[in-house]
Structure formats: structure tokens, C-alpha cells
Design a protein. Sequence first.
Length: 168
Amino acid sequence: MSLSKQQINELEQNLLKMKKQLEAQHELREKDESLQESTGEISSYDNHFGDMGSELYDREMAMALDENQEEILEDINEALQRIEEGTYGKCVDTGEEIPYERLKALPYAKRTVQAQEKADEVGKTDDYEIGEPSFVRKGEGKYEDSRMQSVDEIMETHGNASNKGEDA
């Protein structure tokens, strides 16, 4: 059963509201970042490593949130475009109707649940493919950044101040 005009209008209003909120949040973050940069210290010489680590974590978290919000904003804009084209509510992969309940929960959904699960399984979501994760410890299946080395591995490879890489 295809969506009624009233349902499409309601979902379009939800999309526009979400878009406005995301754009407002983005503007606030930009102003906050600008203020931080203008009042920041010139040198990190007197900063403690823990402080710099915390600041780096905060910046990485903010960047990840920004990236996520940009993706959602792009999905919202695509959904609004599909409304204009008359294809909103149809799965982009299968052409099947996306249930109203799904669209009400996630108005920018472009696939049915089954098609989305299949796309996630394959690792295909529009612009990128999911490759091998870097956050896996070898052999154990636990999540950790595999690009990082433990202190013992670094000392074994490079030594420390007392043995400078020589065998002890």
C-alpha cells in the first residue's frame, strides 16, 4: 500500500524539522570551535600530556559526530529529493514499498529493513565499502586498534634508553 499524501506531507515536515535542527547544531559547533581556536594557547609546551590527550579525544569525538551528522543531513536531502521526484517510500535497491512505520521512525530511510540488512552484510552503503576493520586484535577477535603496538612490542623492536635496541 503506497503512502497517502497526508503521510508524505507529515514525513516531509519531519525531514525539514530534522534538517533545520542539524544545521543549527552544526552552526553552534562551528561557532564554538572558532571561539576555542581564538582563545587557545599559542604553545602546548606547558600542557600536561593528559590534558592534550583529553583535548585530542574531544576533538576526535566532535569530528566523528560532525561526520555522522553530515551523512544524516545528506540522507535527509536525498529523501527530500525523492519526495520531489515522487519516488519517496520506495526502496532504492528493490523498488518495494518501505513500510510507513519504518519511515515514521527513520524518515530518511532509503531501503526496506531486509534490503538494508543485505546492504550492511555485503558492506555496501552508497559511497564506500566496508573493508577489514583496523580495530581487531590478532587471533582474539577483541576490538583494539591493530595499527598500535604494545609497549613490550615497541621495546622489543626499538629498545629503551638503557639498551638502545641492543639485546639485553
